[in-house]
Design a protein around this ligand. Sequence first.
Ligand code: FE
Length: 332
Amino acid sequence: MQLRSLFAAVALAATTFTANAAEELVVYSARIDELIKPVFDAYTEKTGVKISFIADKEAPLLARLQAEGENTPADMLITVDAGNLWQAAQQGVLEPLNSAVIAKNIPAQYRATDGSWTGLSLRARTLAYSPERIKEGELSTYEGLADKHLEGRVCLRTSQKVYNQSLTATMIKTLGEEKTEAVIKGWVNNLATDVFADDTALLMAIDAGQCDVGLVNTYYYGRLAKQNPNVKVKLFWPNQADRGVHVNLSGAGVTKHAPHKAEAIKLLEWMTTPEAQRLFADLNQEYPANESVEASAEVQSWGTFKPDTINVEVAGQLQPEAIKLMDRAGWK
Ligand code: FE
């Protein structure tokens, strides 16, 4: 009898210990399952810490974090685009960190100034074109997409997409509002057809001859080229003589009310190390945010370029101005 209650007490203590230790972290992810699961599996194998994740769109995940408040089970938020990460930080759902590991591994222009999020992988939003119909010298800069010789030849994705809002925001910061608006009006005037719902449809329109040039994120090109190695589309790196190519990111932050904050910070720090960076970037054919890590051979085959080094926080800060400007310019 006594022995049995001793066992019961030991069992209870063990249960309590398990519940307190962070043997399982919860991640809310706007990055789809197949692009993050291998990274988490590698972490679990290394540390024994299990990670469960809920993958959904950005907006519902943010709404959920807001609604759950202090009771959230989420330790980390993973999402794409500095514009989205900035919004999450503004809504107060991320915890500002002061991590020497992250500061050492990730360049400052790809992190929040207050440490509330960090970029993990990079993508360029660049020009994609038809090598059959675009002649040498016809492409130069983002601004050049507004030139007369491209009339009726340009494709754009909808201005509702944060990728285009972020690109516009960085242009406002660099070129000023007036110049940016004139450029974007020029893009809209040069449209070959209605705006597209996604980058892949835009790339396929170039391949099919519906238009000659457009703006896309590099990994969409990578995906399509992998499926169809004969795709008649190439990437062009604009603004190499001045500010460089617009680079954005996917990234993550530890949540404000993370139940396992210390463990979540460890996971995020690990995600910035070379080991995790290679995996995280390669899964989506992106560029590692940690500059000591090389991109995959496939990504490197697209060529090298000078990136715009503007702090990507601008994408969030100037997002309202960007949306208004795109609307004024008639970008649907
Ligand atoms: Fe995307």
